[in-house]
Design a protein around this ligand. Structure first.
Ligand SMILES: *[C@@H]1O[C@H](CO)[C@@H](O)[C@H](O)[C@H]1NC(C)=O
Ligand SMILES: [Mn+2]
Length: 477
């Protein structure tokens, strides 16, 4: 039997066994009954519990123990996990070469678009509850359908947000961030804010305005801009300067609207070098910082760094996180990874213990990510077609980050590796080095120092990268 029919049988078996009715608490009019389902979407899965590293149960946490205190804070506060609605609820397994493979119980071709949207939202909250994750992230067009006109789409979004608000009140779950999907519809083929057609720029602004309203209403702690189509395929037809000016104008409009409606969350830009465009304007952390600085926007935005985008830009995730953090701009992490043998953004769950150690070290060193967090912008492989794989995927990602956090805390608390780095720069603590740091020395004085000292080559210490690797490796537990 091939896997698709096996998965179909499993899905049917799960559906048949779904007999426990979902209770309808807190009657608040019509909205509380939207999308009601005849049972659980994930029957047979209970709350995922911490069982420790020795457990052989794959539906348990081996490292993530939400309330365990690490370096003064519970793990859940350091990590602030979030599930991404688009991948987890809407990811159907399609890729550029093939159609969807997944048959999730909340998808039902017989239902109308709104009823489907409500059901997906209920499935999301059941998933969050069972997984023990407090936050979720959304795109406007993934939680609610695009209808015949902008006004109808806005009204649909409001109705779905009303249900989400109701479910949040029932469960205590929260929005980490919201965003607008300005890349899927053909109207955004030439860009959204950077479209050569001003009507598209206006449409994009209207969509962001509604998505910011929705994020505010749901108490979202951040709002993200990912400019998937804000770039070009050929410079021959592109006025690069005008497009950058228009992008800045758009972002200034978003800042003004944020202030107008009293949204207190952070605004975040999410760098990515390319895909779907050949060149995306917010290429990487350094490019995005330069853009923000150029347009006087650096006080208004922080960054959402995605690990898979970092590697597409030719950097390590560690590099992008460290640079963003060094600028005081690391606002959120999209925890995922690519594949060294696949050239595109595969959005896999990040499970490498060395990488999560490095990611966690930056989080610990900057004292946390709040109001940002760690969003699982990660999806199942196309051939992972069992419902339970959604749990395996998120558990693997949460556990890997928790393991990284434990290991990074041990590494920082021991102080061996940080001490070696500190020592490497010790000449800047006294004498001329201190003066350099304090900006109290000019080239004339530096020349005097150089002329009167031995040539540094006589006593230049080794970088000992290999020793650092051994020490880092000793913390991967
Ligand atoms: C711009 O878009 C509007 C709205 O779709 C359309 O009516 C107009 O013809 C377009 N203009 C150009 C120059 O592309
Ligand atoms: Mn990605």
């Amino acid at each position: 039997m091939h896997s698709r029919s096996a998965s179909l049988l499993l899905t049917i078996a799960l559906l048949v066994s779904a007999t426990t009715p979902l209770s309808v608490r807190g009657e608040e009019g019509e909205c509380s009954s939207r999308g009601l389902y005849e049972g659980e979407f994930f029957p047979g899965v209970g709350k995922i519990e911490y069982e420790g590293a020795e457990s052989t149960n794959p539906l348990s946490f081996h490292y993530y123990n939400a309330d365990e205190v690490i370096m003064g804070k519970p793990m859940k506060e350091w990590l602030r996990f979030s599930v991404a609605f688009w991948h987890t609820m809407r990811g159907d397994g399609s890729d550029p070469f093939g159609s969807g493979t997944k048959l999730w119980p909340w998808e039902d071709a017989g239902l109308d678009e709104m009823e489907l949207a409500y059901r997906r939202m209920r499935a999301m909250f059941e998933f969050l509850d069972k997984l023990g994750v407090d936050y979720w992230c959304f795109h406007d067009r993934d939680i609610a359908p695009e209808l015949g006109s902008l006004a109808e789409s806005n009204a649909a979004l409001e109705k779905v947000v009303e249900l989400a608000e109701h479910l949040q009140k029932e469960t205590g779950k929260k929005v980490l961030w919201g965003t607008a999907q300005l890349f899927k519809h053909p109207r955004f083929a030439h860009g959204a804010a950077t479209s050569p057609n001003a009507s598209v720029h206006a449409y994009s602004a209207a969509q962001v305005k509604a998505a910011m309203d929705a994020t505010l209403r749901l108490g979202g702690e951040n709002y993200v801009f990912w400019g998937g189509r804000e770039g070009y395929h050929t410079l021959l037809n592109t006025d690069l300067k005008l497009e950058l000016d228009n992008l800045a104008s758009f972002l200034k409009g978003a800042v003004a609207y944020k202030n107008k409606i009293g949204f207190k969350g952070e605004l975040l830009l999410e760098p990515k070098p390319q895909e779907p465009t050949k060149h995306q304007y917010d290429w990487d952390v350094a490019t995005t910082m330069g853009f923000l600085h150029q347009y006087g926007l650096s006080d208004e935005f922080k960054l959402n760094v995605e690990c898979n985008h970092a590697t597409l830009a030719g950097h390590s995730c560690d590099h992008e996180l460290r640079l963003a953090s060094a600028y005081g701009k690391l606002g959120n992490i999209d925890a995922n990874t690519g594949d060294a043998q696949t050239g595109w953004d595969t959005d896999q769950f990040l499970t490498d213990p060395k990488e999560t150690l490095l990611v966690a070290a930056t989080i610990l060193k900057q004292g946390g990510l709040a109001p940002g967090g760690i969003n699982f912008d990660a999806k199942l492989r196309r051939e992972s077609t069992s419902l339970i794989d959604l749990f395996y995927g998120h558990i693997s990602g949460m556990d890997a980050m928790a393991r990284g956090l434990r290991n990074a805390a041990k590494m920082l608390e021991d102080g061996v590796l940080p001490g070696m780095v500190k020592n490497r720069y010790s000449t800047y603590s006294t004498g001329v080095g201190k003066k350099i740091r304090d900006g109290k020395v000019d080239f004339v004085e530096l020349e005097k120092v150089a002329l009167s000292s031995p040539d540094p080559i006589e006593d230049l210490p080794s970088g000992s990268a290999e020793l650092y690797e051994i020490i880092l490796g000793s913390y991967i537990r």
